[in-house]
Write a protein that binds this ligand. Structure first.
Ligand SMILES: Nc1ncnc2c1ncn2[C@@H]1O[C@H](COP(=O)(O)OP(=O)(O)O)[C@@H](O)[C@H]1O
Ligand SMILES: [Mg+2]
Length: 247
């Protein structure tokens, strides 16, 4: 099962979502791999304190002699298997993104669930990965959208990414993140997305200062601070996702 996590705008919380939904499912005993497919600005490694490792996804894209297993690290606190990217400029230049789809196609049989963190916007470099994916999760940051222009701004963002996922026959879901609005307002937003755009919202995550704190600690918030508002919301979204994927 391969899930690709995308977003229209940078900083919406794509990587945070990958880290926490991976953690949730790993804690439910699934064998989960989280892949940093954001090849030019990889940051998944930071969320798991795996930002200074020797072998990375970039090593695999550069050198076919590197065994993918060498670049997969089991995060001790959560049990998530992580395939981090390299943040070093010399590793990012001259890679072949085409090899990514072949690597994922082999790895997907070894894991129950594979999350792929994508570049911001339409992920042109990693588009071939959509061919082997089953689900697309669209992460939308609510906070920056004034409520009266919500429909045009967010619908537009969701519509484009939805069209992309549909083109590849993917199941599509939305995660609303960094929500500061009241519950009433959020319910309306969820309704708009589900009814007008026809995409299920698997959950909404409040803005929570413990999220950056957990990233600094290298442990996703679901595990780092299980009683925090964001952790509770990620767990609820994780349950919906689990039901959605595994019935
Ligand atoms: N629910 C949240 N509450 C507070 N801060 C958040 C939340 N989600 C993400 N962030 C912060 O926003 C920043 C961007 O998140 P990130 O997941 O890296 O976004 P993306 O991968 O979409 O660029 C990070 O510094 C993270 O700490
Ligand atoms: Mg990111």
């Amino acid at each position: 099962m391969v899930l690709i996590v995308v977003t229209g705008r940078g900083g919406a919380g794509k990587t945070t979502t990958v880290a926490n939904l991976s953690t949730f499912l790993a804690m439910r005993e699934y064998r989960v791999l989280a892949v940093d497919g954001d090849l030019y600005l990889p940051n998944l490694g930071f969320h798991f304190a795996l930002d200074t490792v020797k072998y990375t996804l970039h090593s695999l894209l550069k050198n076919p002699d590197v065994d993918p297993e060498w670049a997969i690290y089991r995060h001790p606190q959560t049990g998530v298997y992580v395939l981090p990217g390299s943040t070093r400029l010399q590793d990012v230049l001259g890679i072949s993104p085409k090899r990514l789809v072949r690597i994922l196609d082999e790895l997907k049989y070894k894991f129950g669930v594979v999350f792929v963190d994508s570049p911001t916007g339409i992920p042109f470099d990693t588009l071939p990965t959509f061919e082997i994916a089953n689900y697309q999760l669209i992460v939308i940051e609510i906070e920056r959208s004034p409520i009266y222009s919500f429909e045009t701004m967010v619908e537009n963002e969701i519509e484009k990414l939805k069209a992309l996922g549909e083109r590849y026959g993917l199941n599509i879901g939305v995660v609303l993140n960094k929500v500061r609005e009241s519950e009433d307002v959020v319910e309306k937003i969820v309704e708009t997305v589900e009814e007008d755009l026809g995409v299920p919202v698997i959950g909404w995550i409040p803005f929570d200062n413990r999220v950056p704190e957990s990233i600094n600690a290298g442990v996703p918030i679901v595990k780092y601070s299980p009683k925090s508002d964001a952790a509770i919301a990620f767990r609820e979204a994780g349950e919906v996702l689990e039901g959605w994927i595994f019935g």
